[in-house]
Every structure is written in structure tokens, then in C-alpha cells.
Design a protein around this ligand. Structure first.
Ligand code: LUZ
Ligand code: MOS
Length: 752
């Protein structure tokens, strides 16, 4: 089945927040942010801006009737700064004007006096100064301290990975309108409608029932709108409360890049111990997470770093410690992979380091230590249905690793100024929100009296195709034409208390809730048909729009059955609920079974480096991936391609750059480059591992949103290989992204 949004997207008819027809009287909101990264606010003079014709009002913390607080996990973040500012761009006020043009003019007229304080941008310095968002955590397995002496080889080093801008095509935005009796409706570009609703209610000082949040779709989220869509929705709602007019707030690209958090940069130390035959006996890692100025989702992101610290490998002795370091950057936030990629990168760096010192191919060590069924993760869960050995041998039989190695070595022997490199990149990613209570969802299904169906779920469509999957599930359950099913917008009045669409779990959670609703409705309809045909309920089936009795077609259509049930006053509406079974986690001992299942795969990446210029091209990425049984190949393959390319971007060309004052230097698309059609791999091959698929996954179709991003890690190590082929004296720096500039430096550092 095709993505139901495909036509709307390519014809430009799909509706985003900024496309919603505006009501008469709409005003435009523009945030005014701190010009400095750290300081005390002495005085703000709004008078000139307020006198500018067309400015309606300037909102500050003083207009807030409820709490001036938007922190999701910890209450440590003000909506509008009161006395201090902690990052450049931190919102201080919201200008409301008759047009956005007027608002921009007025913003230039605000005069602010700030007593500047020394900003901290380096997480290690923050940690040394004791500036932590919350206390550190450690995951442990085995007895690491007893093992180092037994290791034939021990290597230590440091690995750094930088942030990443989400660069959703649709910037952050919201449109809030007044309803009667002081109620407010917010159309928001958010992955978390309930987060917007809950926070708007507490900032406005009203009950959640007064706030309705509606989401049609997002032009991309990638985690950037899991939590950080909230302030803009809340500001718009606050504007409505204060001036009783509709308020539209759409960030421009530069404001969006400056004011919102990104993937967390991490600086990390590792120590790895191996036996003579390349078994990893011990692994120790210390992660310094650059959280930015407030907690946001950092505690959960840090937790996932620990969960994925050993990636796809079994290591019997592990100690992984993480610090969430408070700095003067915008609060960093969820981003596809959610701390997992940062953890895995350090493990891969440690293995690359060992391989280089021991002069063996990196993939020999990787393969030797691949996780298998029955192995224990450092967090206590036992690995099941791993399939990594099968995937690896599939990669080998389909793409012939030894042959690739020989071909590349031969190429490198024959070429002086161009070198090739390759890498293998296994990925293991846990599916479920690591916070167990978040793993629940609901779906509301109406069968209309003409037999058409309306479906609402808590899932937010952000281009990932979740609505297509939901529609497919409903059509398949009822066995009717998909054209008879409509996916409604995601709305807090129809589906309440939603978890954000995140953690790759949206289709599983909402899909299973939807199945539960459909099952109940089917039972009612079958009961009605069974009465009619004077048979047992089990004798009735619904097939391709017809009622089937004991395997034999009847003359009753789906529509006739629905009509009949309606006249019999059968309820044709149902609310389904789903909560993931089995999962649990006990933080006091850092052990449990947090994930419903894991997704695995292996990528083989080949790159060609121009050793005069330091530029590179990816020749191919060949992947064997565990989809389970994919319920929609075009959606799922699309997610893999997109995730892979986004991961390669993070590892290679995307360079978030803050200057020492905490000012974002890469604040436009001319200074922040993401992969385009010219820089994607020349060839991408995705093969499915043969498998039954997990019952915990919707229709046995495994979660596919985040795992493929981590195939991009292979890009770093493929380049590293090529650089070493040109310059054997190069000591890997493990300092991602490996930009053209860094490659050029590496090619000639210590070169003979
Ligand atoms: N969001 C979240 C996530 O709140 N918890 C998670 O475990 C998670 N994992 C991945 C992406 N977003
Ligand atoms: Mo996400 S990083 O699944 O919002």
C-alpha cells in the first residue's frame, strides 16, 4: 500500500500548521531571545517596541497566571526568563503584532541590559565544576576491576561526537485560537500533543480540559518536536488568554536553529580489554553528556546511552558511567536514536582503536564479539531472537566481505592520491520507551452507519508513514477497502494522555491499541451476523467487504451488516487501549527488562577519499536488516534510507558549531550542511533478514524509525580506514563529524 500522504506531499496540498486558514483578527507572535549565553537581566526596555504601530502586546513572565515552568522531567526551565538567562536565544518575551513583518521590526527596538557571566560550553568543564543536571548513573555487569590484569591487550582513549540539528523542513510552530468560555485550541507541530496540552494548562493556570491540541501532521520531527514544540504552543495559547485573539507563531529557520536544542554532543573516555584471541573481556566507558542549560529530556537520553553502551556485542564485564553536564547551550533534546548512537560510537571507537593497534581488521573483532541469544545486557535483560550471526553471514554471503577487503586493498595499492575504505556496522537497538509507564496508547474507532470508518489514535504523522500503517491495520482488521477508512488528526479530545510519537514505538503502541478497538467492534458485528444466520459467532467471518458464513460467501455486504447492527442499536464506536506487557526496569539496581524486543542489522559501507582535497564520496552502503515481517515495505525501506543518510550526515558533514561565548555559528543552511542528493551513497542496498518476526511488534513488523540511523556510524570508520591507507602514521582521533577539513588534516598529520 502506498503512503496515503504521497500525493498531497508531491502536489503541495498537504496541510501543515502554517497552511491552516487564519481567522480574522489573528495576530503574529515572535519570540525575543537572550542575546548572550549567560547573565543576569538588569533591565529590558520594551517601550519603543510597544509604540511601534501594529504591535498589540509584548508578553513576558509577568503575564503568566499559572507556573512559569516548562520542564518536562525536572521543573528547571522557565517559559520566559525572569532574572537570568542561561543560553543564547533563551526566550524572554513574545511580541504580538498585526503582521509578522511588524513583529520583526519591533523586535529590533527592544533594549536589553544584561550583566554577562562566563558561559560554559564544554561538558567536561561543567562536570569538573560540579554542574550536573542530576546525579551520575552507572550500569555494570560482571567485575570489571578483577579483569584488566587478565586481558592480553588493554587500550584507553577518548571519543567525541558532536551535536546535530534536526532540520525538520517545517520549523517549530503553533496556531492557537480562542474557543468559547475561555477554552483554547492549539494546532501544533508537535510529536507530543499531550505535552503541549499539559504544559499550556499549567502555564495558563487552567485545567487540561480547557486546552485542546490538534495535530494534522508534521513536516519532520526527528525528536526535535518531542519536547521542544511545547514552548511555542504554550506561548501562542498564552497570547490567546491575554488578548483573546488567535495567535500564530511560526519560527523562522534562523530563530529555530538558535533557540532550540539539538542532538547532545558527548565527550567520552573508554578503556577496552581483549583476550589473545580478540574476545572483549572488559569495557569501561565514561560519558560526558552536553545537556545544555536545562534538563529537557537529557535524563532519558543519557539513560539510553547507557542502555546501548555495548551496542551489538556481548561483553562479560562492563562499567558504563554517564554524567549529564549543565552548560550554556540551548537544552539539548531527543534526536533519532536518543543517546543510543552516542553510546555506540564510543564502543565502535574503542574497537577501532584496538584493531588498529593489533593490526587486525576491525570487523574481525566485531564479529568475534557479536551478541547471541542468552547473552545478558549490562542492564539485566537477556538477549532473545538476536539473529546477528545470521545477519552477518547474510552480509558475507550476499556481499562477500573478504572480496571487498581484497578489492579495496588492491585499489589502494594501485592508487596514490585516492584511497578507499570500508567498514562493517552492526546495530542493536531496544524498542520501548525506557520509562515503562510511557509504553501505552489508545485508539478511537467509529464505524459510520454507511460502513465507512474514522480512526483516531495518539500517533502523530511526521512523514514516517504511521497514518498509512494505521489505516492499513483498520482496513485489514475489518477486511474492507482502505478507501473506506479515514485517519483523523491527532487530537487530545479524542485520544487523551498520549505518549509522544517517539522511541520508534508509535506504530507498535497505537497500532495494537487500534487492533484492540477493531477486535471489539468485529465481535459485536459478528454477533449481529450470527444471530441473523442462526449460527455461532465463530462461524462468521468478514472477508473483502462481505460476510462469510462457515467459509461460504453470503449475500450480506459489510455495509448491510453495519446498517443492520446500527438499527439493532449496537454500539459502533470503540476505544482501544494497549500497554506493552512484560517490560520493567528497577532504577535502584539499574536492572530489568526495559525493551519489548531489539532491532538488529549490519551495514557494509564503502567510501572513496580524495587525498588531495580531503573530500570523500560513499560508493555504497549494503544493509541486511531485521524487519521482522515488514507490513509496508515502501514505508519501511524509506525509513531505512532516510535514517542511514541522516546518520551519515551526523558522522561526516553536519557540524554544529558554537563559539566560546555560546553563540551558534552554524545558524543557517549555508553554514550547516546536511546530506543532499549529491552526497548520499551512490548505491544503497537493503536486504531483509529472513525471520518470523516478534509478536511484540505490530503485525510482527518491527519498529523501524530509529535503528537505521546508527548504520551511519559505519561512515566514520570507513573514512578512518581510507585515511590510514594514505597516512599510516595517522592516529585516529575519534572526533566526529569527520568533515572534509578534518579528513584533510588527518591525511597529512605526522605524514612522512
Ligand atoms: N523518548 C523518550 C524517546 O521519552 N523515551 C525514550 O526511551 C525514547 N527513546 C527513543 C526516542 N525517544
Ligand atoms: Mo524521538 S528521538 O523517537 O522523538
Amino acid at each position: 500500500m502506498k503512503n496515503i500522504d504521497a500525493k498531497g506531499h508531491v502536489t503541495g496540498r498537504s496541510v501543515y500548521v502554517d497552511d491552516i486558514p487564519t481567522l480574522q483578527g489573528t495576530v503574529y507572535g515572535l519570540p525575543f531571545g537572550s542575546p548572550v549565553a549567560h547573565g543576569k537581566i538588569k533591565e529590558v526596555d520594551y517601550s519603543k517596541a510597544l509604540n511601534f504601530p501594529g504591535v498589540v502586546k509584548i508578553l513576558t513572565y509577568q503575564d503568566i497566571k499559572g507556573e512559569n515552568q516548562i520542564g518536562g522531567i525536572f521543573p528547571d526551565e522557565e517559559l520566559f526568563a525572569e532574572k537570568e538567562v542561561h543560553f543564547q536565544g533563551q526566550p524572554i518575551a513574545l511580541i504580538l503584532a498585526e503582521s509578522d513583518h511588524i513583529a520583526y521590526q519591533a523586535r529590533k527596538l527592544i533594549e536589553i541590559e544584561i550583566e554577562e557571566q562566563e558561559p560554559i560550553v564544554d561538558p567536561r568543564i561543567a562536570q569538573q565544576k560540579g554542574q550536573l543536571i542530576f546525579p551520575p548513573r552507572t550500569f555494570q555487569l560482571g567485575k570489571i576491576d578483577d579483569v584488566w590484569q587478565k586481558c592480553a591487550h588493554v587500550f584507553e582513549g577518548r571519543a567525541d561526537s558532536n551535536g546535530q540539528e534536526h532540520l525538520y523542513i517545517e520549523t517549530q510552530g503553533a496556531y492557537a485560537i480562542p474557543l468559547e468560555n475561555g477554552n483554547i485550541k492549539i494546532s501544533s507541530s508537535t510529536q507530543g500533543p499531550t505535552a503541549v496540552q499539559r504544559t499550556a494548562a499549567s502555564v495558563l493556570g487552567v485545567g487540561m480540559h480547557r486546552i485542546e491540541v490538534d495535530v494534522v501532521r508534521l513536516g519532520g520531527g526527528f525528536g526535535g518536536k518531542e519536547d521542544q514544540a511545547t514552548p511555542w504552543g504554550v506561548m501562542a495559547a498564552l497570547g490567546v488568554q491575554v488578548i483573546n485573539r488567535p495567535v500564530k507563531l511560526i519560527l523562522n529557520r534562523m530563530d529555530d536553529m538558535k533557540m532550540t536544542g539539538k542532538r547532545h554532543p558527548y565527550s567520552s573516555d573508554y578503556k577496552i580489554g581483549l583476550s589473545e584471541d580478540l574476545k572483549i573481556l572488559a569495557y569501561e566507558a565514561t560519558f560526558y553528556q552536553n545537556a545544555g542549560a536545562a534538563a529537557d529530556l537529557s535524563p532519558a537520553v543519557m539513560e539510553r546511552t547507557l542502555f546501548h553502551a555495548t551496542n551489538s556485542y556481548f561483553v562479560p564485564n562492563v562499567k558504563a558511567t554517564a554524567y549529564s553536564c549543565k552548560t550554556n547551550l540551548p537544552p539539548n533534546t531527543a534526536f533519532r536514536g536518543f543517546g543510543g548512537p552516542q553510546g555506540m560510537y564510543v564502543m565502535e571507537s574503542a574497537i577501532a582503536h584496538a584493531a588498529s593497534e593489533l593490526n587486525v581488521p576491525k570487523h574481525r573483532i566485531q564479529k568475534k564479539n557479536l551478541l547471541k541469544d542468552g547473552d545478558e545486557f549490562p542492564y539485566g535483560q537477556i538477549a532473545e531472537d538476536v539473529g546477528l550471526h545470521q545477519i552477518w553471514s547474510d552480509v558475507d554471503s550476499k556481499f562477500d566481505i573478504e572480496q571487498v577487503h581484497k578489492r579495496i586493498e588492491r585499489f589502494n595499492d594501485e592508487h596514490h592520491d585516492v584511497k578507499k575504505g570500508y567498514s562493517l556496522q552492526p546495530v542493536t537497538f531496544g524498542i520501548s520507551f525506557t520509562k515503562t509507564p510511557m509504553n501505552q496508547a489508545r485508539a478511537l474507532v467509529h464505524i459510520y452507519s454507511d460502513g465507512t470508518v474514522g480512526v483516531s489514535t495518539g500517533a502523530v504523522e511526521m512523514g514516517q508513514g504511521v497514518n498509512t500503517k494505521m489505516l492499513q491495520i483498520a482496513a485489514q482488521m475489518f477486511s474492507i477497502d482502505p478507501a473506506k477508512v479515514k485517519l483523523e488528526s491527532t487530537n487530545t479530545t479524542r485520544v487523551a494522555n498520549t505518549s509522544p510519537s517517539a522511541a520508534s514505538a508509535t506504530s507498535d503502541l497505537n497500532g495494537k491499541a487500534l487492533q484492540n478497538a477493531c477486535k471489539e467492534l468485529i465481535k459485536r458485528l459478528k454477533r449481529s451476523a450470527a444471530q441473523h444466520f442462526k449460527v455461532e459467532l465463530e462461524d462468521i467471518a468478514l472477508k473483502d467487504g462481505w460476510v462469510v458464513r462457515r467459509g461460504v460467501a453470503t449475500t450480506m455486504t459489510w455495509e448491510q451488516l453495519v446498517d443492520k447492527a446500527f438499527l439493532e442499536r449496537v454500539c459502533l464506536t470503540e476505544n482501544g487501549h494497549y500497554a506493552t506487557p512484560v517490560i520493567n526496569f528497577d532504577k535502584s539496581i539499574e536492572k530489568g527488562h526495559p525493551f519489548a524486543y531489539h532491532v538488529h542489522g549490519v551495514a557494509l559501507t564503502e567510501v572513496t577519499v580524495d587525498c588531495i582535497r580531503g573530500s570523500y564520496e560513499f560508493d555504497s552502503v549494503k544493509i541486511v536488516h531485521d524487519f521482522g515481517q515488514t507490513m509496508n515495505p515502501s514505508v519501511d525501506y524509506g525509513q531505512i534510507e532516510g535514517g542511514l543518510v541522516q546518520g551519515i550526515g551526523w558522522m561526516t558533514m553536519e557540524e554544529v558549531s558554537y563559539d566560546p561565548d555560546g553563540r551558534l555559528a552554524s545558524n543557517t543552511l549555508s553554514t550547516y550542511k546536511i546530506p543532499d542528493i549529491y552526497s548520499v551513497p551512490k548505491e544503497i542496498i537493503i536486504e531483509a533478514m529472513e525471520t518470523e518476526g516478534s509478536e511484540m511488534a505490530i503485525l510482527k513488523s518491527k519498529a523501524v524509525g530509529e535503528p537505521p540511523l546508527m548504520y551511519g556510524l559505519g561512515a566514520y570508520f570507513a573514512i578512518d580506514y581510507a585515511v590510514k591507507a594514505f597516512n599510516p602514521n595517522f592516529n585516529s582521533t575519534f572526533d566526529a563529524p569527520f568533515t572534509n577539513e578534518k579528513v584533510l588534516m588527518a591525511l597529512y598529520s605526522n605524514k612522512e
